[in-house]
Design a protein around this ligand. Structure first.
Ligand code: FHN
Length: 423
């Protein structure tokens, strides 16, 4: 079986950015640091000296963190895998690392969160995956990125690579059972030989572990789109979009710009329809609470997925449609195995007849019904010879949208192969 099969079917993953930076939550001594909360050490004017930043360790005692509760919640919200920041750019390890003392075991909390989360994922059936910042390490004199504590001209990146990066990856890949994928980040100018060495190294411990595209030079097992970057068209190899739920990755106390459940569902449907995965972030605070407003959004998406998951999980990319008529209703997803096309109605046509017309589907259509209830909806196809246009019309239930977030119509296809018209 293809080692990416689980990833292709999963479609919806969660990423948790959590580290010491969650304590200041975007403010250092009353000064607001711009952008993501996880960058505070570098983005605070002049950079926070390592010795100062390290003092956060003394305060790290997140009483509200409960790995089992986190993972059960994520499972109930419909996520199929979890990516966790074992070490972000600040260089602090959220697990018990023998390779470097700068880790969670030396905080008042003193417990290994990679261990507890990996076990919880096993218990609740999520694939456990790890984020590891391979190039940037602001705590190591030879790591990339910290030029306020360390003289950049004296850095020996090879030393950091051999003495911290590789040993830590070995720990992560040998002490926590099966790792679904390693999520590298910001490879910047890292030389190709070293990226290759790292990819081979990961595979030497866990040959089935996927590596994301940010290993660099196309050495990964799937394509990592840019942060929040959704491609315009379907892409037929494995890929993933990392997305924030508000505007930050690591917790910021001032960021309340949460996406709505409708926005998340739109992203999920659009990305699945183009053949990709949505990797959605949540950043717990310094006490270990996942922000309540973000959790509410995730819950509502989860409730929608319980009824409509068939239209998202294990779906395949939809062939391009030349254009649509009447209304910008939303988008399609498609399952080859089930021979079904799913029409995601994100904007319900508000005037009767509540009808949507799509041009360009050549395959023959059978029955159509609301996925949530099974209620049949009328649909019919016509072909206009003079204009050479195949039209599919779907007549929706009268009144308001059966599901205000996204009403899904399942359309059964009679032909094995789905075909659309070319213009
Ligand atoms: O610098 C990081 C950032 O903090 C965050 O981890 C994101 C997630 O995709 N990756 C980098 C920026 O692309």
């Amino acid at each position: 079986m293809d080692k990416a099969a689980w990833f292709l079917q999963a479609k919806y993953g969660a990423i948790i950015h959590w580290g010491l930076y969650a304590i200041p939550g975007g403010y250092w001594q009353g000064v607001r640091a711009p952008h993501g909360g996880e960058w505070i050490m570098k983005n605070h004017p002049g950079g926070i000296p390592l010795e100062e930043y390290k003092k956060l360790m003394e305060q790290f005692d997140p009483k509200a963190f409960d790995a089992e509760e986190y993972v059960r919640f994520l499972r109930d919200c419909g996520f199929r895998y979890l990516v966790y920041t074992a070490k972000h750019h600040d260089g602090f390890a959220m697990y018990d690392s023998a390779a470097c003392d700068y880790n969670i075991m030396h905080t008042p909390y003193g417990k290994d969160t990679v261990l507890s989360l990996s076990r919880a994922c096993e218990k609740y059936g999520l694939t456990f995956c790890l984020y590891y910042s391979q190039l940037q390490d602001w705590a190591d004199p030879n790591g990339f990125g910290n030029d306020w504590d360390f003289d950049a001209s004296k850095k020996d990146f090879r030393q950091y690579f051999d003495e911290k990066c590789k040993p830590q990856l070995k720990e992560l890949l040998t002490n926590y059972g099966r790792i679904g994928l390693v999520w590298f980040d910001t490879p910047y100018e890292m030389p190709e030989e070293m990226c290759r060495e790292l990819a081979d190294y990961v595979r030497s411990f866990q040959p089935d572990c996927l590596i994301n595209g940010r290993i660099g030079y196309g050495l990964g097992d799937y394509r990592q789109m840019g942060d929040r970057g959704v491609p315009l068209k379907a892409y037929h190899k494995p890929w993933e979009v990392p997305m924030t739920l508000n505007d930050t990755w690591g917790y910021r106390s001032d960021d309340e710009r949460w996406k709505s459940p409708a926005q998340v569902i739109r992203l999920l449907a659009e990305i699945a329809g183009k053949g990709g995965n949505l990797l959605l972030n949540i950043g717990p605070d310094g006490e270990g609470n996942m922000p309540a407003a973000g959790c509410d959004v995730l819950k509502q998406v989860g409730q929608w997925l319980k009824k409509n998951g068939e239209s998202i999980y294990a779906t395949d990319p939809v062939p391009d449609f030349p254009y649509r008529l009447d209304t910008d209703f939303g988008c399609f997803t498609y399952s080859k195995a089930r021979r079904r096309l799913y029409m995601h109605i994100l904007r319900y046509p508000d005037v009767p007849p509540h009808q949507i017309c799509v041009v360009g589907l050549k395959s023959r259509v059978g029955r159509a019904y609301l996925l949530e209830t099974g209620e049949e909806v009328m649909c019919w196809q016509t072909y206009e010879t003079a204009r050479d246009e195949h039209r599919l019309r779907v007549r929706l239930p009268y009144g308001k949208a059966p599901d205000a977030l996204d009403t899904v119509v399942a359309i059964e296809l009679l032909d094995e192969k789905i075909e659309t018209q070319e213009l």
